[in-house]
Design a protein. Sequence first.
Length: 178
Amino acid sequence: MKSRKVIIPLIAFAALGTSSSAIAKDDSPKRAPIFEELVACRAIADSDARLSCYDKKVNEIDIAQKNNELIVADKADIKEARKGLFGFSLPKLKLFGSGDNDEDDIKEIETVVTSAHQIGYGTWVLSMEDGSQWQQTGTRKLVLSPKVGSKVRIKKGAVTNYWANIDGQRAISVKRTQ
């Protein structure tokens, strides 16, 4: 196993009877019980018993992962998942890393328009190659209409604002809708 792997149990969140705000306030990192049992094997003094414990627990982890009861992700996987959720307002769960470190926070994304249309009064709706959809929220007009293939950089603004630069034009205020 790589030392940088993170094991995240899916069932643990379903089994918890606490609200997401209670989860967010818990500062101590929790590990899946099955992983704790694997780590506990280190304390066994007898080499044969320790190896037997490791073999048994690694097999249990392998089965849990294959049955989608456990997700194994490294930092790159977590960063990609956070990038895919960029623009959504989510509770601060430790599912995608601690969130305490500014470098973990995604501040902007770059993507490409796959479709663009107006929904009245010059308000644009943009679908992106990453599957996200963004709707213009401000009244600022674009000089050039966005089109398929337009390059877009979306940056996090103050509080819940997001700003989209389309093909280098002056930024417009947007919100993620999908």
